[in-house]
Design a protein around this ligand. Structure first.
Ligand SMILES: [Zn+2]
Ligand SMILES: [Zn+2]
Ligand SMILES: [Zn+2]
Length: 255
């Protein structure tokens, strides 16, 4: 299977509107990050999207994605769900609702914040989604692919990371429990969030993310959900241990 990082930036994206720091002004395309999301292409040719943020439409067009067979949500923060209204063309092309998976809290917030999508009396042309509640530690099938959801903490919000065989995808975490670390053992490719060098109250900073990498020692680790406060790509990349890279939009990893 192949994972494409559709976006690798934190909630405001990079560059940040109205910011004139050296990262936001950088001409290096590796310093630009759309909001965090990824697309997993399974060996059977199915497309599983992880999170559907505000840059979803752009990400579908730039990467020429022609179908989405399932959407896995990590949590209901806007930078991870705000693109949901734009599933409409996919509903139309695929002639079906899209299966969306998430924990109970995420689905509850989604139904509340996007009430028009889930209202009992629908008018034509609305996004069509079928919600499926999943629970940490209980594997499920999405678009024919086995997925293991894992609870990680985003400050005091329990959110989901996802493991697909030898690949794990963790975003917006700032703490992973012992039990979940054990469930992550043996991953060969790890995508994990790293916001910036300085510590943060709800996201791993660079040092904390590297500590997770060190404990799980995957063959390849990719940092995502980065902020402009991380510093210039070229400078930070040069300091990273072997096998660890900062994620860039459009980058792919094969497992
Ligand atoms: Zn986020
Ligand atoms: Zn900036
Ligand atoms: Zn978040």
């Amino acid at each position: 299977m192949r994972l494409t990082l559709l976006g690798t930036g934190t909630s405001q994206g990079v560059p940040v509107i109205a910011c004139s720091c050296e990262v936001c002004r950088s001409a290096d395309p590796r310093d630009s990050h759309l909001r965090t999301s990824a697309l997993l292409e399974t060996d059977e040719g199915k497309n599983i999207l992880i999170d559907i943020g505000p840059d979803f439409r752009t990400q579908m067009l730039v990467n020429r994605v022609e179908h989405v067979d399932a959407i896995l949500l990590t949590h209901p923060h806007r930078d991870h769900v705000a693109g949901i209204d734009d599933i409409r063309p996919l509903n139309y092309m695929q002639k079906s609702a899209i299966d969306i998976y998430g924990n109970a809290f995420t689905l509850r917030v989604l139904k509340h914040d996007y009430a028009y999508i889930f209202a009992p009396h629908q008018y034509p042309g609305l996004p069509e989604a079928q919600l499926h509640e999943v629970e940490s530690g209980k594997p499920f099938m999405a678009a024919g692919c086995q997925v293991l959801p894992l609870q990680v903490m985003h400050k005091d919000m329990p959110i989901l990371a996802y493991r697909f065989g030898k690949l794990a995808y963790i975003t917006d975490a700032n703490y992973i429990g012992e039990q979940e670390m054990a469930m992550l053992e043996g991953v060969e490719v790890l995508v994990v969030n790293a916001l910036r060098k300085e510590k943060h109250f709800s996201h791993f900073c660079l040092e904390e993310a590297l500590h997770v990498v060190e404990q799980l020692h995957p063959r390849q680790a990719v940092l995502t959900h980065v902020s402009h406060e991380m510093g210039l790509y070229a400078e930070v990349a040069a300091t990273l241990p072997q096998g660890v890279t900062i994620g860039t939009d459009g980058m792919t990893v094969e497992v």
